[in-house]
Design a protein around this ligand. Sequence first.
Ligand code: PBG
Length: 325
Amino acid sequence: MPIRPRRNRISAGIRGLVRETRLSAQHLVLPLFVQEGPQSATPIASMPGCARLGIERIVQVAREALALGVPAVALFPALEDARKSPRADESVNPEGLLQRTVRALKAALPQLVVITDVAMDPYSSDGHDGLVRGDEIVNDETLPILAAMAVAQARAGADVVAPSDMMDGRVGAIRAALDAAGFTGTGICSYCVKYASAFYGPFRDALDSAPRAGDKKTYQMDPANVREALREVALDEAEGADWLMVKPGLPYLDVVRAVRDATALPVAVYHVSGEYAMLKAAAANGWLDYERCLLESLLAMRRAGADLIFTYGALDAARALARAP
Ligand code: PBG
């Protein structure tokens, strides 16, 4: 008697009953680039469909996200060069662009989960995530800068701060600073396993944040490694991270699985700018169906073990899921 796995695929109803993995809007985080000029919008050439937006427009898009069931946004500020400096001083300005954006979002949409990026690069005249001295990215002197940045963001109302810098010890330093300032309820999403990836190219266009010299290989991880990821997981757990992120997404699903199996913490994955740009470029040529490939990519991340997914396609995915859950 032949065994017939196709019986479990015979109708949409049966397929739905036996489906192992679910993707829904509530798993998604929408990254947004904010710039000065409340109503401004500057398209990002390498990320079709994405733009740097002024604060008022950011609030509109976040409102739309919530209406579509996307609960969270992740904010990245695009600063004018004049505001950048070697020590990223602008990052703690209570009237700085990011802090004003967080306050506007929380005032208009209190239930929105606002996630802020903690790293020096958008504020740094060197374009690195840590402090530069000569050819070196110095670790321990970067930690107080990151900790102060995180406290400034929490004070503005951020629900979760997300260190994306890959300095050693930063999760512990940030946790201690947040607690000392009374922000015991502010979460930390650690970019725990972040690779030195060429897939971040379009993001660096968006923020004009590419390193002015050198690369990020002395702090971001070597794409060849996965055991090393488990060391980062153990450290960030011990230092008090609330969520652990793997980044990029699709080329690193084996890492997502390894991290999922190694931790009881929620695992986030970042479907990064280059992954989004590839889908858009292929779709623009008529070579791929953007929406279907987007949903398949995000579902694959869930299958690999991700709880939540940062994606520039969050609204597109949520709209598609609303039509055909
Ligand atoms: C830097 C940061 C980067 C991204 C998020 N935070 C780029 C980098 O490390 O150079 C990339 C996100 C993306 O490519 O979508 N702190």
